[in-house]
Design a protein around this ligand. Structure first.
Ligand code: CDP
Length: 789
């Protein structure tokens, strides 16, 4: 048996930790894909390109195939025989599974080795020799979109440029006129760099094709098992994989954050290998492959202009964006919204004029655009407006809290139709900001800041009053690859009054098992401990679009309540039958029906359930179960106000988050502890991009940040003490008034931190800093301004 490989996979990145010894790989006791073993299982590992753009002259597999235990090497031409070398992306673009003759980004899959053991497959990968002829590389999206730039996607017939798509919203001429008529215009170039979701568990799968039954089971790390099954059936129907013969099982997932929505080539190659070989094939990405090849987010270059009258009344917003999507547009965006929900960029403010546009560019980078813990580009939109609001306050010499208060959409304006087309369901922004200001002691902090400034000390206070947009979607507007966005719940109450509830969503650690059981308990009075919750198995769960974009509570949570209410309606009929009264005579209190005015005459839900199988009224169907497919009438609009206080070290440029207060509003809350956990995690994933995380490329397309030695995700040491609180503004259209919350903090935190740092430096003439705000970046400014120690 060969030793585990510990070298860098590509480009000699320093990497000396054995995977299993890396403390970051500690996992829970759950059933993760990597814990699964099937009899006769084979292992797959992938050869990846060291070049960002190159011709493949030759793949020499001779040495690899001589290694005992290496069974096969699968390359592009092999897949081409089955027409499986290309696949659609979930944004309806196309992407290579394995190349025939050209690689388009560093770490792209070149071929795959199948072996009897995991580390033999890795040895096989090392033994494959690939001859490349390097070709010119394009990494700058602006140059890529410039007239005359060489066309990257030559596979697309007739394509004459590198524009992946253009999208816009709003009235351009109106917004420009209003900007020209404004007394003051704040204008900033705001870049949100490419970052990675860096979830604890990497991607992976076991594809198990049962030749006797002709059935494929794929255990995989996916946030959207049903959608994946449908896409697989559409892509591989011609080789006999029709939908009823595909089962996708998504077991426990160690973090998804949007990165496990797309289908990556590794999944498809493992499936093809299993179908061809007739044995289960396991593929688990290692950490560096994960960081180098998939799950990239952001990469938005935005020019933001925000106009106002002298008194601070906002007049107009215009944002022009160049988005770097890498080699393919593989982000999971609803068809009608290729730039996601970016048009929420007017934020919490009552703007009468706005326009935004996005030009998406192809470059020689891995496919990007993953909605990393955000509802399809909302993080980018919120960063733009919240940064611009602070820049405007600075220009107006106005307190940023006062400017926000002046421009907030007022409570009486809800439901509020935004100038870019959204109908905000409910909100009360001023109350949330006042609460945050009260908790942090805003006025005293401003005084402290003024005192410190006199002494040359650098302290800043940053606010972000954001509006989210989650719960896609109303199916009239939202679909992914034509599949309408709704979600589902199926509840079956057993004769003894216990229940099983299944959903079209799929938790990746958000605690659905707890909160869905609570919804059933609330609606039916069956104790939560008696409700078994299941998700993620397409053979048993009702069809749904999955979990991302904080959509589970607004969609499947609603479906759960409505399915439970159908059950309650039937149980009422049964109770009336058992009590020999009319249904109109019955009243409900959680857990039982009783006769109005005679509370001793009652039947519990458990008694009704037993009767549904043993003594139901004649003419009524037996059993007690219901399914509901919920098509939300609108999205939900959670919001929050965050305030951050930072101190800057003049000797090192280091930014220390001294305090951070987060007041969130997600409507009615199902489980306060889970919501608090969601916010704590989200805030930490907010400080990461704000201060530490960035993936950049050199001119040759070589990645920086391809391992955790270079890509700094915050640990407990960097994470400050979060102070959280809430306001409650229920959604008027959700069955129990809830809004989503999973992503609010990731969206709201970065601008609060960036605003705080700029606020600390504003007296030095600094108006903007791109994130991540590293000590080096700050120190260079301090040096230039002559205040570095
Ligand atoms: O789609 P995802 O589960 O990521 O996001 P979510 O719907 O915002 O829910 C995240 C977790 O918070 C789930 O366990 C929800 O049930 C819970 N939650 C809650 O308890 N109350 C709310 N108003 C919203 C979410």
């Amino acid at each position: 048996m060969s030793e585990p490989r510990t070298d860098a996979k590509i480009c000699g990145m320093g990497h000396s930790m054995k995977r299993k010894e890396d403390p970051r790989f500690i996992r829970g006791q759950g059933r993760y894909v990597d814990d699964f073993t099937l009899p006769g299982m084979l292992y797959m590992d992938i050869v990846r390109s060291p070049h960002a753009h190159a011709k493949i002259k030759k793949i020499n597999t001779e040495k690899a195939l001589k290694i005992p235990g290496v069974l096969a090497v699968i390359d592009g031409p092999t897949l081409a025989k089955y027409k499986l070398h290309w696949m659609p992306t979930i944004s309806a673009d196309t992407q290579m599974v394995l190349p025939i003759d050209e690689v388009m980004y560093q770490a792209q899959e070149v071929c795959a080795v199948i072996a009897t053991e995991r580390y033999i497959a890795a040895d096989g990968v090392d033994a494959v020799e690939v001859e490349y002829e390097p070709l010119p590389v394009m990494v700058d999206p602006h140059k890529s979109l410039a007239p005359g730039a060489p066309v990257l996607r030559k596979d697309k017939e007739g394509k004459k440029d590198n524009l992946a798509f253009h999208w816009q919203a709003g009235d351009k001429a109106g917004a420009e006129r209003a900007l020209a008529a404004s007394d003051v215009v704040a204008s900033e170039n705001v870049y949100l760099p490419r970052i990675h979701v860096a979830s604890m568990e990497t991607c992976g799968c076991i594809a198990d094709f049962d030749t006797a039954q002709g059935k494929l089971t794929v255990y995989m790390t996916t946030q959207a098992p049903h959608a994946v099954r449908t896409v697989l059936a559409l892509v591989a129907g011609h080789v006999g994989l029709s939908e009823e013969r595909i089962r996708v099982v998504s077991p426990d997932i160690g973090g998804g954050f949007g990165g496990k929505v797309p289908v990556y080539p590794g999944y498809v190659i493992a499936i093809a290998a299993s179908v061809v070989i007739g044995k289960p094939v396991k593929w688990i990405e290692d950490r560096m492959e994960n960081l180098q090849a998939d799950s990239f987010a952001r990469d938005y270059h935005m020019k933001v202009e925000l106009g106002a009258k002298k008194d601070g009344t906002m007049t107009s917003l215009k944002i022009k964006t160049v988005a770097d999507h890498g080699y393919a547009n593989a982000s999971a965006n609803p068809s009608k919204f290729p730039a996601g929900l970016f048009s929420i960029c007017t934020g919490s403010y009552d703007l009468k004029h706005a326009f935004c546009e996005v030009d998406a560019a192809y470059t020689h980078k891995p496919p990007g655009g993953v909605a990393y813990r955000c509802s399809f580009r909302v993080t980018e939109a919120v960063h733009a407006i919240e940064r611009a609001t602070d820049a405007l306050a600075q220009k107006l010499n106005m307190d940023p809290a006062e400017l926000r208060m002046k421009n907030f959409i007022k409570p009486e304006q809800f439901p509020y139709k935004s100038v870019l087309g959204w109908e905000y369901d409910s909100g009360n922004y001023g109350v949330a900001l006042k609460k945050a200001m009260g908790i942090i002691g805003y006025d005293a902090l401003r005084k402290e800041q003024a005192e410190k400034r006199k002494k040359g000390e650098l302290m800043g206070i940053g606010i972000s009053s954001f509006t989210e947009i989650v719960g896609a979607g109303p199916s009239r507007d939202f679909d992914i690859l034509g599949i309408k966005m709704f979600d589902s719940a199926e509840i079956r109450v057993h004769p003894t009054g216990k229940a099983i509830a299944r959903f079209g969503t799929k938790s990746q650690g958000q605690g659905h098992e707890t909160t869905y059981a609570q919804i059933v308990a609330e609606e039916l009075g069956i104790p939560a401990a008696h409700v078994q919750v299941e998700e993620g198995d397409t053979d048993t769960a009702p069809y749904g679009l999955g979990t991302y974009a904080s959509r589970s509570t607004p969609t499947s949570g609603a479906a759960c309540a409505l399915a439970a209410r159908k059950i309650r309606d039937k149980a009422k009929k049964i109770a009336a039958h058992l009590l020999e009264v009319s249904e109109q005579d019955l009243e409900w209190e959680p857990g039982k029906f009783f006769v109005k005015g005679a509370p001793q005459m009652a039947k519990t839900i458990q008694e009704c359930a037993f009767a549904a199988y043993t003594n139901h009224p004649q003419g009524m169907e037996a059993g007690l179960e219901a399914v509901h497919y919920y098509d939300p009438p609108n999205l939900t609009f959670p919001f929050g106000s965050y305030i951050c206080v930072v101190d800057i070290d003049r000797g090192t440029g280091d930014v220390k988050v001294r305090r951070f207060v987060a007041v969130d509003d997600c409507g009615n809350i199902i489980n306060p502890m889970i919501v608090e956990g969601q916010i704590h995690g989200g805030l930490t994933q907010g400080i990461g991009p704000a201060l530490y995380e960035e993936i950049s490329y050199d001119d040759e397309g070589n990645i920086s940040g391809g391992s955790f030695l270079d890509y700094y995700v915050p640990t407990a040491l960097e994470t400050p003490h979060w102070e959280t609180d809430k306001t409650v503004t229920p959604s008027p259209h959700h069955p129990f008034g809830a809004k989503g919350v999973g992503e609010s903090a990731t969206v709201g935190a970065p601008p609060a931190i960036a605003n705080a740092v700029v606020d600390a430096l504003r007296h030095l003439g600094v108006t903007h800093l791109d994130i991540p705000i590293t000590p080096e970046k700050v120190w260079q400014i301090l040096k230039k301004k002559g205040v570095a120690e």
